[in-house]
Write a protein that binds this ligand. Structure first.
Ligand code: B12
Ligand code: SF4
Ligand code: SF4
Length: 353
């Protein structure tokens, strides 16, 4: 068996659900599309996207010595219906990918093990050790486009990578290497006439199929966006307090989803009561979300999101929880709390009529 076949087999033994190979220069459409995205301002406050476009658009420039890229998918398919919590407005909806341990840590360790194996095996076949670099959302790498070029799946109308073998609940990682490995064929689009993901989006974040305006996406608004969220968009957040899964959850290809590669993704965050989350201070927040990706956004942005969710809950009994936050030292939390008080007071008045 050749090195290419053995590395693919090894990746599956490590727990990846699929592995394929492409050349670093296999994504010629990306620079233009990325530039259009940034020029239209669709990256919002994610200034780091605009700053490192020369690499994100062109993986061959990121590491000119690389000859091959092994693209890998790691399943985190949920065991529950991720949309069920949207019917429970008193609870906070946390997206599937943030239920357990931070995927960057788990996937990176697996990639490094695969990379070390590749160095050993490559050294046996060549004069001198091959070099590798591993990435999982840790560098300006266009992971979805490379994934499609390698044949892992295709970028669906919701812009994420979808596969006929594993649906769309998977993280994407890569091993860049100086080894020459036989590239695989790119995957073609299998969305057909489906538009389920476009139609379900609560904030109309898709200006067109295959294009996302991150500024309207709840994932961006709850995780990346600093300061107050536009009032027009707040009702669309519903009770989603960290990320959003709606467009992923409705994809019909998920009937082929395979179980999560690592039980640590199915962790313990759950869908906690909003009343409880509204009381978190800095220390309480850090203790509760240690090891979780949620920790990254800090207490203030998280409690801001909780206040919007309470404002959308229609639950007048949650009024005291936001009244306690109207003078919060963080201006965005205080603003969100005042908005929530107004929303709930209006609900209460309507109920009294
Ligand atoms: C920035 C970012 C975000 C931003 C912007 C998302 C976006 N779609 O661009 C925000 C914060 C909104 C976000 C949200 C999410 N993210 Co994110 N994110 C990233 C990140 C860091 C960069 C993505 C990027 O470069 N975007 C820039 C735009 C221009 O790129 P693009 O979407 O690929 O756009 C292409 C298409 O529009 C296409 N295009 C344009 N016109 C046309 C026309 C046709 C016909 C076609 C075919 C294509 C096409 O060309 C563009 C360039 O390639 C990647 C990690 C990485 N390093 O790649 C993770 C990543 C994409 N995110 C991921 C995840 C899991 C999510 C969420 C599901 C998390 C959640 N549950 O809340 C949501 C999904 C929201 C969504 N519908 O996309 C995973 C996706 C895994 C997968 N199966 O694809 C990634 C790959 C991280 C990882 N390593 O696993 N994310
Ligand atoms: S993650 Fe949610 S808000 Fe963002 S595009 Fe998908 S459905 Fe819309
Ligand atoms: S929901 Fe439909 S349109 Fe959207 S990515 Fe899946 S197959 Fe494509």
């Amino acid at each position: 068996m050749g090195l290419k076949e053995r590395v693919i087999r090894r990746a599956l033994d490590e727990g990846f659900v699929m592995a394929r190979v492409c050349r670093p220069d296999a994504v010629p459409d990306v620079p233009g599309r990325l530039a259009a995205f940034v020029e239209a301002g669709r990256h919002g406050q994610m200034g780091w996207m605009a700053e490192r476009m020369q690499w994100r658009g062109n993986p061959a420039a990121l590491w000119p010595d690389a000859r091959s890229v092994i693209m890998l998918a790691e399943s985190y398919a949920p065991e529950h219906d991720p949309l069920a919590v949207l019917e429970r407005p008193e609870l906070g909806a946390v997206s599937v990918y943030a239920q357990g341990r931070d995927y960057h840590d788990i996937v990176k360790k697996r990639l490094k093990r695969l990379g070390r194996w590749l160095i050993d095996e490559g050294t046996k076949e060549l004069n001198g050790a091959p070099e590798i670099k591993v990435f999982v959302d840790t560098a300006p790498v266009p992971e979805k486009a490379l994934g499609q070029a390698a044949g892992l799946g295709w970028q669906g109308k919701h812009t994420n990578l979808v596969s006929r073998d594993w649906g769309n609940w998977a993280f994407i990682g890569s091993v860049f290497t100086t080894l020459e490995l036989e590239p695989d064929a790119p995957e073609i689009d299998h969305c057909g006439s489906c538009r389920a993901c476009l139609d379900i989006c609560p904030t109309n974040a898709f200006p067109a199929p295959y294009q996302l305006d991150a500024r309207r996406c709840i994932s961006y608004l709850t995780i990346e966006h600093k300061g107050p969220v536009d009032e027009e968009l707040r009702p669309g957040l519903g009770n989603r307090i960290y990320g959003c899964d709606d467009c992923l959850a409705v994809c019909p290809w998920n009937k082929f989803a395979v179980a999560a590669s690592d039980m640590r993704y199915l962790g313990a965050v759950g869908q906690p009561p909003l009343a409880e989350l509204a009381t978190l201070d800095d220390a309480g927040f850090r203790a509760r979300f240690s090891g979780s990706p949620i920790k990254r956004i800090g207490r203030d942005r998280f409690v801001r999101n909780v206040a919007y969710a309470i404002g959308n809950s229609g639950a007048a009994d949650l009024l005291p929880a936001v009244q306690a936050l109207v003078n919060d030292p963080d201006a965005a939390v205080a603003d969100a709390a005042r908005w929530a008080v107004t929303q709930l007071s209006a609900t209460r008045r309507k109920q009294a009529l």
